[in-house]
Every structure is written in C-alpha cells, then in structure tokens.
Design a protein around this ligand. Structure first.
Ligand code: UD1
Ligand code: CA
Length: 460
C-alpha cells in the first residue's frame, strides 16, 4: 500500500446558499453534505484526513463529530482563518504534512454525489500513470458555473479556467473540473507556493496548480467520470434540492432491492440513515427520517411521518406523526394520531384515531382508540381506554404522572387529574373526573348524579 492522506475543503462561506448555516452542513436526506464526502474519502483508506474548516468552523467540527468517530477515522481539523481561496485552504495543511513523501487527495466538501468507485479509479490511475497530479473531470451538458479544463490538443498545456475568467470560447468547453485531485505530496506545496491571486475573485485558486506543475515539466493526467451527475457541486439551494431528490431516489432503490415495497417512490422520502426490514410496505406520501429503525412486515402509510423511531415487526402506522418513539410488534397506530418522544407502545397495543400520546408507556394489548390525550402516563396491559379520555398531567407548574394498572376499563370521557394511581382491574365510570387513587378491582364513578325535573309549562 502506498502512502495516502486526504485534505477536504470545508472552510468556504457558501455565500450563494444565503444562509446562516455553513454550506457544507446543509442536510441532504438526514446527513450534512460534508458527511457524504467524508464517508467516500474515508473508504479510500487514507492514513490521515485533514478537514480544512474556517467559517463557523466549531459548528462544522461539532456536526461532523455527531456522525463520525473522528479519532478512529483519523480525521483532524485544520483552520483556515480567512477564505482566500481553495489554494490557500490547502496551504493550511502544510505544517501537518511537513516531511511527508506520499500522495495527497484533495476533495471539495460540496460534492455529496461523488462515489467511492470513481475516487478509487482516480487514485489507481494516478499511481499507474505515475502522475504528479491527476484531476477528476466530467463532461457536462450544461457546464456553466464550473471551471473548464483546457489543453493543447496533444494532452500538453493542461490548465483550468474559472467561469468568471473564461473567454466566450473557453465557455463552450464542456469538460469541467470536478474539484477532486490526487497530488504527489512533494509537488503539491511546490506548486501552491507559486499560486497568485491574479483573477477576477482575487483568490488563491488551487486550480492554478495544474498549469504550474505542467510548466515545471511535471506530468498531469485527467480521469473522466462515467456518470457525470457525480460531480454536481452544491453552491445554492436549487442544486441542493436536485441533489436531495437524487439521493432520495438512490435510497429508495437500495430499499426496493433489499425487499422493501415502496408503493409510490415519487411521493416517498426516506433519509440515508434509515434502516427498514424485508416485506415492509410503504404506502404513498410517507416520510421516514433520522435514526429510524423499522422491522419486517410492517405497513406504513399512506401519509406516515416517522422520525427517530424504533419500530419492530408487523406494525401498522396509518396517516400519523410519530417522533422519538418505540413501537413494539403488531401494534397499530392511526389514522390521525400524534405520538411524541419518549413513548413506548407495547405489543399488539392500539393507538387509534385522533389520539395524542406523549412520554408514556402503553402496555401490551392496551387500546387507546379514539380522541384521547395520554401524557406522562404508565398504562399497564390489556387496558381499554374509552373515547375522549384525558390525562390532566399539567397543574400549571409541574407535569404529573398517571398510573393505570393492568386490565382496567376506563369509560368514555374520563379525566385523570394527575398525580393519580388506578389499581389493576378497576372500572372507571364514563364521564368521571378522577382526582383520587382507585384501589384494584373497584368501581369509581365521579360525576354529578343525573336529576330529572318537571318542565314548567310556558304560558302564552
Ligand atoms: C470550484 C473550482 C472549479 C470547479 C468547481 C467544482 C476553484 C478555484 N474552482 O469552484 O474549478 O469546477 O469547484 O465544483 O477551485 N473552500 C475553502 N476555502 C476557501 C474557498 C473554498 O475551504 O477559501 C472550499 C469550499 O468550502 C468548498 C470548496 O472549497 O467546499 C470549493 O469552493 P467553491 O467556492 O464552492 O468553488 P467553486 O466556485 O464551486
Ligand atoms: Ca462548489
């Protein structure tokens, strides 16, 4: 194995995003775009990966740390205090590479569609051709915005011209610079030292290293991607949404090929971080996000929104919103339910129409079928909660807990003024407002007794 390290550029401001969030942290299907780039670069097996950060660098470091084990993956941060251009960004890693004799991969942090296969091909070509520099290129239908690769026809005199500095003739060229390079380490900094900010943007362009090395008599090679969509650089939100659509479709294809049915891919959104088991069916209009894990043989949707949930097997979720919850085997949710974080729905339990459940435990086989609010509650097994039941958990200051024992029957429209505890096998009369604990096996009715009165005859 040869010596290889990487430098990943993520210090730019990303002004074209018009955002307070650094560009490389904008999310694509649940992950910052930079994490896609890092994952691909990490697979190339570099012994060290230097991530150049600048604009809101602390935020970038924190976000990357949330997705990747930095130390284990050999990721180190290098600071670029001022965004003076891609060449200047690479220069910041010079100290880290003093005396280093291997090869250096340079990858821009805004290329989320780059694949490991293409990167591998670039590196192998670089070694095989014994180049001083090998650049990744693509042939694009619409090359606007990209740097164009120009040469003398015989493969000599390769240089890159940025769109802003290009002549109308240069602009007709559709062979673009992707923003991925493999350098021989000793040549990299020799070339960078010679870069001058003599361009429209007054920046130190890394791309100038290409003709500088050529002028020094060094060998420069070009690798062209097989799939040109891989080089899509994200500079604005229009490109972001295009890339997101592409990544979403790739995620759906991966799931389809591993045995998940997706009824209508055009209306389904699934994050790259989601895992789903075989024979699960996802109906139209569904969105599944974050660290969600779904088992097999589930039926989700139409219109299920599921984020950061653990859903076991044979679960059904119809037209509902579920966040940060765990749903056990054979449970059913919806239609039109809202399940909030910290909720556990036990096996074969049921949360029906227009119910909200928050930070509660719903025991095995328990049914909360219609129009209820269950918050900060522990419900045992085999309970029937009647329509319109409410746990009154908030006293204006504190959230209080409701406990209901196994096999209790709760009549419709009951209110539990928490904190309150109901023993096992109790019966709560419909319309009761329960303010005191109810012992196991007892019947509690807490409502005004009905009265029947004569009606006064109206005189006309
Ligand atoms: C760059 C290339 C262009 C190429 C295109 C591919 C240069 C001069 N131009 O243009 O030839 O076709 O990418 O997508 O390189 N960055 C820093 N520090 C800086 C400036 C940039 O870290 O001072 C980082 C950015 O965070 C970004 C990357 O470098 O990840 C590329 O910068 P960007 O401004 O997006 O370059 P482009 O104009 O797209
Ligand atoms: Ca870019």
């Amino acid at each position: 194995m040869r010596n290889l390290v990487s430098i990943i550029l993520a210090a730019g401001e990303g002004t074209r995003m018009k955002s307070t969030l650094p560009k490389v942290l904008h999310q694509i299907c649940g992950q910052p775009m930079l994490v896609y780039v890092l994952n691909v670069v990490l697979r190339a097996g570099c012994r060290k990966n230097y991530l150049v950060v600048g604009h809101k660098g602390e935020k970038v470091i924190e976000a990357v740390g949330n997705f990747l084990p930095l130390r284990k993956k050999g990721i180190e941060f290098v600071k670029q205090s001022k965004s003076l251009g891609s060449g200047h960004a690479v220069l910041q890693a010079r100290k880290n590479l003093r005396g280093y004799r291997g090869h250096v991969l340079v990858v821009y942090g805004d290329l989320p569609l780059l694949t490991g296969r293409t990167l591998h091909r670039l590196i192998q070509t670089h070694y095989k051709q014994a180049n001083s520099l090998t650049i990744l290129s693509a042939i694009l239908q619409d090359a606007s915005g990209y740097g164009r690769i120009i040469e003398n026809g015989d493969g000599t005199g390769i240089r890159i011209v940025e769109e802003k500095d290009a002549t109308p003739n240069d602009r007709r060229i559709n062979r673009v610079n992707a923003g991925v390079y493999c350098f021989r380490g000793e040549d990299l900094f020799k070339a960078i030292d010679k870069i001058r900010p003599d361009n429209m943007k007054r920046e130190y362009y890394l791309t100038d290293a290409v003709h500088i090395l050529g002028d020094m008599g060094k060998k420069v090679g070009i690798v062209i991607t097989k799939d040109s969509s891989e080089v899509e650089g994200v500079n604005n939100r229009k490109q972001l949404v295009n890339v997101q659509k592409y990544v979403n479709m790739k995620n759906l294809e991966r799931l389809l090929l591993t045995g998940v049915t997706i009824v209508d891919p055009s209306s389904t959104f699934i994050d790259s971080t989601v895992k789903i088991g075989r024979d699960t069916i996802i109906y139209s209009g569904s969105t599944i996000l974050g660290k969600t894990r779904i088992g097999r043989d589930c039926k989700l949707g139409p219109f299920a929104f599921i984020q950061d949930c653990q859903i076991q097997n044979w679960v059904e979720v119809r037209a509902s919103f579920i966040y940060g919850a765990k749903i056990a085997d054979r449970a059913k949710v919806g239609p039109f339910s809202h399940i909030r974080p910290g909720t556990f729905v036990g096996q074969e339990a049921r949360i029906g129409n227009f119910c909200e459940v928050k930070k509660s435990r719903i025991g095995q086989g328990t049914k909360v079928s219609h129009l209820s609010y269950i918050g900060d509650a522990f419900l045992g097994k085999g309970i029937n909660i009647g329509a319109g039941t409410i746990t009154c958990n908030f006293d204006g200051v504190r959230k209080n807990i409701t406990r209901i024992g196994d096999n209790t029957f709760v009549g419709s429209d009951a209110k539990f003024i928490a904190p309150v505890k109901i023993g096992k096998g109790a019966v709560i009369g419909a319309g009761s407002t329960i303010t005191e604990d109810v012992p196991a096996g007892k019947l509690a009715i807490a409502r005004a007794r009905q009265v029947i009165k004569d009606r006064k005859k109206k005189k006309r």
